[in-house]
Design a binder for this molecule. Sequence first.
Ligand code: NDP
Length: 493
Amino acid sequence: MKKYQLLVGGEWRDPSSGAWLESMNPFTGAPWALVPRGGKADVDAAVAAAKAAFCRQSEWRRMTATGRGALLHRLGDLVAVEAERLAEIETRDNGKLLAEMRAQLNYIPQWFRYFGGLADKIEGRVIPIDKPGVFNFTREEPLGVVAAITPWNSPLLLAAWKLAPALAAGNTVVWKPSEFSSVSALEFGELFERAGFPPGVVNIITGFGNEVGEPLVTHPDVAKVAFTGGDRTGEQVYQMAARGIKHVTLELGGKSANIVFDDADLTAAVNGVVSGIFAATGQTCIAGSRALIHRSIYPEFAERLLALARTARMGDPLDSGTQVGPITTRPQYEKVLDYIRIAKEEGALCRMGGAAASRPECGSGWFVEPTIFTDVRPEMRIANEEVFGPVLSIIPFDDEEDAIRIANNTVYGLAAGVWTASMRRALMMTERLEAGTVWVNTYRAISYMSPFGGYKRSGLGRESGAEAIREYLQTKSVWIDISGSSPNPFVMR
Ligand code: NDP
């Protein structure tokens, strides 16, 4: 098994604990790589390296914005060359389909190119200030050391969403990937040096959330925390960061509604609902885990949905014919099965799946059968809590108001889907739904160009799109007296 090291100040080193964690392949259930078990001492070293790389005299700070952009472009090109190899690593580490990880890896370069392009378009403003004899302008400045903390479901994509704008804005980074999917991050680490980033601009510390994540978030020299993960962890991270008055971006979970009206193209809607929940084995923050179906088409729609979902092929995620892979981690596998049990106990009707998968093609991996519940009532836990697995609840609604009420009746607000042929209804729904992303007649579309983030408990701030770079900048207002006069010192100017 390959034994990895931590990246600190441009050098690869063993963890100070002298310990390594086994990274498990979710399809085989067996370890396949050893990742360093970092700790506070490693975090301290990484933050010190990132701080040194950010200091006024450093190569990074003296580099022009155009120079930073060029490095990001080069990084994007290197990722494109390495895409296939990195995609395979991600599949071995998190069990998601090679086809899905390949698509992500082939798309990731665009984040580096887009934000590389933005690097030298970060501009302040000259303000036509209301005070005569004074010139006022703003500067947009980087924050300093950014802590990037990422989950296991789309490890490199979600890291790119943070690293690209953070670096474009001129910050330095300490990145802590999930303990369950650190291998691709450590392989990715080599690309920074090859792209020409000065040492210490990006540092990578792997290990547990409490042993690496906490010391990183609470470190006094970390200026900003960019976190993607569950909402409970996000809440803890937010509280810890608050003590240091740090900047924070949180991308948390969801309980997204996929709403199908009776005038929709039902073939497209059935496809969209299946894709929304069973693609990526339901392990996406944007999973459309609640299908809201207009009552007049409910029975027909449910039958068509079941018929399509039953055709999903499970198996080895490296196999191009596989459509539903394993659950990434053993604890997550147990959590998904727990939710299925709870839903049954609460009286939801299990129409499909509802158990661990024991098909021969699933080998010894952590597989859960694609599961569909009907007769789900709004108060049930399955209708409210994020499962993060292939489990769908179907809920009928009577009219537009009813659909909006049910869709918004959640603490989350990450995404929603609307299926309708009516322009009026589509526009009205996009306005009334409390979600950071609303898709109409499509689902799971994302782009480096379009802002992504949550309403309510789904998060704070935005990633991707031109807005995202603002999350890594702070504004300085500069005042210059050009009047040449000496005003009364005892009166505010
Ligand atoms: P977690 O919240 O468990 O972990 C996310 C990251 O935080 C991991 O790197 C984890 O490390 C780290 N972490 C854990 N505890 C702490 C702590 N006390 N202080 C600092 N860092 C800590 O999420 P999962 O990895 O389980 O990912 C799944 C979750 O991510 C889902 O709930 C999903 O909704 C959400 N998600 C949100 C997205 C969005 O953009 N809104 C996108 C994708 C996922 P470790 O792995 O070592 O525990």
